[in-house]
Design a protein around this ligand. Structure first.
Ligand SMILES: [Zn+2]
Length: 112
């Protein structure tokens, strides 16, 4: 039943674990070099761009590009690049990441 509903766009969920908090959302990325899990706060008002270019392959309503750096506690200064696509309700419908992977908030909490 859930598959059928998601096909017609009802009850669509974010494709990665996300914490929505008012005008912000949090995603958690794991550095592939040192395995540090970094919480990333995204301001929906200030950082997310409206996609005016719907003619191309991108059909999302909003998108975000962001570079993330770790705390430095692991003496790792790798940068992780994330790209997120959102629908009109700011649900994440597409992702790309370089230098790491997306993990859940639970994994982040367990890593502390
Ligand atoms: Zn790292």
């Amino acid at each position: 039943m859930e598959n059928l509903l998601s096909k017609i766009g009802v009850g669509r969920k974010d494709v990665i674990p996300v914490n929505h908090v008012k005008d912000s959302l949090y995603v958690y990325v794991k550095c592939k070099l040192c395995n540090e899990i970094i919480p990333v706060r995204i301001s929906l008002k200030e950082e997310v761009q409206e996609n005016y270019d719907k003619s191309k392959e991108k059909s999302c309503a909003f998108y975000l590009r962001k570079d993330v750096a770790g705390s430095g506690n692991n003496r790792c200064f790798a940068r992780i690049s994330i790209y997120l696509e959102f629908d009109g309700q700011f649900r994440i419908i597409g992702t790309q990441i370089n230098g790491g992977s997306f993990v859940s908030e639970d994994e982040y909490k367990a890593s502390k």
